[in-house]
Write a protein of this length. Sequence first.
Length: 201
Amino acid sequence: MNHLAFGGASIDGGPYLWITGLARHLPHGLNTLVSCWTDYGLALFAVLMLIGWWRARNGPSRAMASALAAPVVVVTAFLVDDLVKTFFDERRPCRTLHTATVEACPGSGDWSFPSNHAAIAAAAAVALLLCDRQLGRIAVPAALLMAASRVWVGAHYPHDVAAGLVTGALVARVLTPLARRAAPVVDRIRATRLRPLVAAR
């Protein structure tokens, strides 16, 4: 099923070309930093989730249940986002608009809408925000930077990353509170030899 009329250049091709054009005229060092962030920045969210789990060991069972569920929430957001992609076979903007970009254009059949990177980052950010506000204050701007970087390097239209952010955030907003219902399971684990995994003492 092809819905190119819904997305693509007809929505925000102009802003996409302006952003990628600006990127091409800025220092190579800056673009290298953005490329590194867009390629490897998702690792930051994994580190933050690990810190969230460690900090939750000092908190109530509900907090630990949420921290343990965060990676599951992120994987679920990715799967939902990937499912949405199957309904919108939107070609990458670098292929439709034939413009030079900071990074090589993804291959044909690697659909653009919505952005997986943005969905993963948003899901992680919202899950962290609901588990640990201090970590969430780091994760939320990092998620926005991840989304922006995907446009900057030429991989996505702005509407692709906006949809990815919304998808990831919604999945995390729905699933994270549900995870707190697993607090009794955490209590039972805290009464076993596995207690050090879910409690500091």
